[in-house]
Design a protein around this ligand. Structure first.
Ligand code: GTP
Ligand code: MG
Length: 367
């Protein structure tokens, strides 16, 4: 099945993606910043966006999302532009996906699949990889997307097919078997981690949280004093960090903290990912203090902040002691700095500005 084609850049040429979005013209939720973010996700997944169609509707079409006439237009435009994958911005119901597939002869990838794909490319640890695969399978299960190639290499074949079973039923059974296996493996990995953790020291535990690409890992490196090449991975792309890193950082004479980097958040973080990463995120429960990092140079930061607060609330972390950290202020002039929230700490992970003030604020909050 085509949906299974990886978007990985190492697979020959980058995929040519055609983007479609429905603009519901909700004044509370303007499309532009989220669509720009979606295009950035497409690039991070390794695709090039060759064209885009935005359809304005009062509500999505229950049968085809964009309307059947528009679907034909998309099929035509995508063919002209030699697109080889269709990226759909809005959530897709199985029926809508099905109907679109009938008209548009391209693999259809929605926002959740796109994010899951980036996660799959970036997961390094065993736990991270297991979590992503589990999330992908669960998403396929709940959206009735066939198992495709990914599962056909996991055995099966002769002898696995019961009499009268349809392809989809076989796929489902295989997915269920794989899900159970992954769950068992994850459980083992987690137990090992807990054992390792039990021996850890009792320095206060401080966690960096925030929207993706705001500079959490850069700040971890700056606070932990890592030189180039030895610190946490930094990159100008969403979801560079998947695996939580823990470092020791000095904040005041006699006071060191355990500082944790975490996976970045995004608006409408797919539920499958929330579930899969819940165990990792639940470790934030043990934090004595959160540093909520914002990209002050991104005019979109208030929306990002609100999204992160929503997710923190869902994780029952809304009441944790938190310091608001405005990063990347090296990119702002005095006028722009003046309108940042007055009770936040302004820093630049890049040039070190404000880091001493941040250390002092952390030490004070931990007293
Ligand atoms: N100008 C400027 N750029 C910064 C600063 N801090 C980080 N960056 C850049 O912002 C981009 C993202 O940095 P990361 O540290 O990877 O951000 P992150 O929040 O860990 O991102 P994810 O792990 O992907 O969620 C990189 O290109 C960094 O070089 C800063 O203080 N100033
Ligand atoms: Mg990071």
């Amino acid at each position: 099945m085509n949906e299974n084609r990886r978007l990985h850049p190492s697979v020959a040429a980058p995929q040519r993606a055609f983007v479609v979005a429905v603009d519901l013209q909700d004044p509370q939720r303007p499309l532009a910043p989220e669509l720009a973010e979606f295009v950035a996700l497409a690039k991070a997944a390794g695709a090039i966006v060759v064209g885009e169609i935005v359809q304005k509707l009062a509500r999505v079409d229950p049968a085809t999302l964009i309307g059947s006439g528009k679907a034909l237009e998309v099929a035509e435009r995508a063919q002209e532009l030699r697109a080889d994958v269709l990226f759909v911005f809005n959530d897709l119901r199985p029926r809508q996906r099905n109907n679109l597939e009938k008209v548009i002869p391209l693999p259809i990838v929605d926002r959740t699949m796109l994010i899951l794909d980036i996660f799959a490319q970036h997961a390094r640890s065993r736990e991270g990889q297991l979590q992503v695969e589990l999330a992908q399978l669960r998403y396929r299960q709940s959206n009735l997307i066939g198992a495709g190639e990914a599962l056909s290499r996991l055995g099966g074949g002769v002898g696995t097919r019961g009499p009268g079973e349809t392809k989809l039923e076989v796929d489902r059974r295989k997915i269920q078997q794989r899900v159970s296996l992954l769950q068992a493996q994850l459980e083992t990995v987690r137990k090992q981690r807990e054992t390792r953790r039990a021996g850890r020291n009792r320095d206060p535990f401080v966690a960096l949280v925030g929207y993706t690409n705001v500079g959490k890992s850069s700040l971890l490196n700056r606070l932990a004093g890592s030189g180039q090449g030895e610190g946490a991975f930094v990159a100008d792309q969403p979801f560079a960090t998947l695996d939580p890193t823990l470092r020791r950082a000095y904040v005041a004479p006699g006071v060191n903290v355990r500082l944790a980097d975490t996976v970045g958040f995004i608006t409408a973080l797919p539920q499958e990912l929330m579930n899969a990463f819940r165990a990792t995120l639940e470790e934030l429960d043990a934090a004595d203090l959160l540093l909520h990092v914002h990209d002050a140079a991104n005019p979109d930061w208030p929306r990002q902040k609100a999204s992160v607060e929503t997710i923190l609330g869902e994780l029952k972390l809304g009441e944790k002691p938190t310091i608001e950290v405005f990063n990347k202020v090296d990119r702002l002039d005095a006028g722009a700095r003046a309108v940042l929230a007055p009770d936040g700490i302004e820093v630049s992970a890049r040039n070190g500005d404000g880091i001493d003030a941040l250390r002092a604020a952390i030490a004070k909050r931990l007293e």
